[in-house]
Design a protein around this ligand. Structure first.
Ligand SMILES: *[C@@H]1O[C@H](CO)[C@@H](O)[C@H](O)[C@H]1NC(C)=O
Ligand SMILES: *[C@@H]1O[C@H](CO)[C@@H](O)[C@H](O)[C@H]1NC(C)=O
Length: 336
């Protein structure tokens, strides 16, 4: 069972191992994708991006040092200059126009502007012992989870843990579905992105940004499944939680009359099966490894932190300059 970790953590005895949980504010929302469409301004679909402000249309793995080139980060841990991004949720009105769905911060970081909650774990979320060891990512490491081209449940099975939660309140953490919720969700829709947890130990990236990482050979990261021999190095599990604030769009009268649900990813997907997220590692020096070895749960006294006000101030310029906030006749970059 998956509970709200913040609520769970309050009741915990300390002395457990490493699990980081921290908020990151919106860095920018624009049509850029330095991993899949490097140099392309604009890229194919809209993304919401968090992390270090060295984020740019091109971020060559060999020359772009995220920690050295960033002067701020939108994340609470101020040594994390990584970038993380996902697609953006839109509401499709009955008249065919689209409206961008705002993001909502979880209640304990409620003044964070947009963004996501980020986790790095050595063991399953609610294993408070967090006793396993993991190897932190190396500079230049990047990966992609999910597939923007997927439109069926069968395809979506290739990625085990890209899910949605129909939130009744801030604490709702189940059930998780692989499709968009089919009913209105009073508190919003949480999108969960869990990245693979096994690495080949050699390649910082691969042509599809996926082949250098893998899921455990059997079981799951949560059940402690072993890494396959092709990808023997156990890396931290990254989990991203994004809460899409659907409250303004929950009136049943505004929903399609055929019984379908009205939300679509910025790529045009109305099913939810195309869920995907990107990660470019950018922690300063060995700060992440230190934190993963650090015997802490949620808090991490060995890491530097900053205020939410400082997080909110970290942004990057709008390089695409297009309207993403009106009622739009088409999704940005998508045909009718
Ligand atoms: C992004 O890259 C361009 C081209 O290299 C550069 O001119 C610009 O300053 C960069 N933007 C940021 C915010 O670093
Ligand atoms: C389409 O519907 C939305 C939501 O009801 C409304 O705000 C918008 O003005 C409408 N646009 C047009 C062109 O009718």
């Amino acid at each position: 069972m998956r509970q709200n970790l913040f609520v769970a953590a309050l009741g915990l005895v300390t002395g457990c191992d490493a699990l980081l949980r921290f908020g990151c504010a919106r860095l920018t929302v624009q049509r850029l994708d330095p991993l899949v469409n490097p140099g392309q301004i604009p890229s194919s679909h809209l993304h919401q991006i968090i992390g270090g402000n060295s984020f740019n249309a091109s971020m060559d793995a060999k020359t772009h040092d995220l920690a050295a080139m960033s002067t701020c980060t939108s994340c609470q841990f101020s040594e994390d200059f990584s970038n993380y991004w996902t697609a953006v949720l839109f509401f499709k009105a009955k008249n065919g126009t689209y409206k961008r769905v705002p993001q909502r911060s979880q209640s304990d970081i409620s003044t964070t502007q947009g963004g996501m909650m980020v986790y790095y774990m050595t063991d399953a979320l609610f294993d408070t012992a967090q006793k396993s060891t993991v190897t932190a990512f190396k500079p230049g490491f990047r990966m992609l989870v999910g597939n923007v081209g997927y439109s069926t449940r069968n395809e979506a099975r290739n990625f085990r843990q890209l899910t949605y939660i129909c939130m009744q309140n801030d604490g709702t953490r189940e059930p998780e579905t692989v499709n968009f919720p089919t009913k209105a969700c009073p508190y919003g829709i949480m999108a969960n992105h869990r990245f693979p947890t096994c690495w080949d130990g050699k390649n910082l990236d691969s042509p599809n940004h996926q082949d250098h990482v893998a899921y455990p050979e059997s079981g799951t990261f949560e059940s402690g499944g072993p890494c396959p021999s092709t990808h023997p190095v156990r890396i931290p599990q990254i989990l991203l939680e994004t809460v899409w604030d659907t409250r303004a769009f929950n009136n049943k009268a505004d929903w399609p009359t055929d019984g379908s649900q009205p939300f679509v990813w910025s790529s045009g997907d109305p099913t939810g099966y195309s869920s995907h997220a990107d990660y470019l590692f950018g922690w300063k020096d060995n700060s992440l490894q230190k934190a993963m070895d650090g015997h802490t749960y949620v808090s991490a006294p060995m890491l530097k932190t900053q205020s939410i006000a400082q997080q909110n101030k970290c942004t990057v310029p709008d390089m695409v300059k297009e309207d993403i906030d009106s009622w739009l006749p088409t999704l940005p970059g998508q045909a009718m």
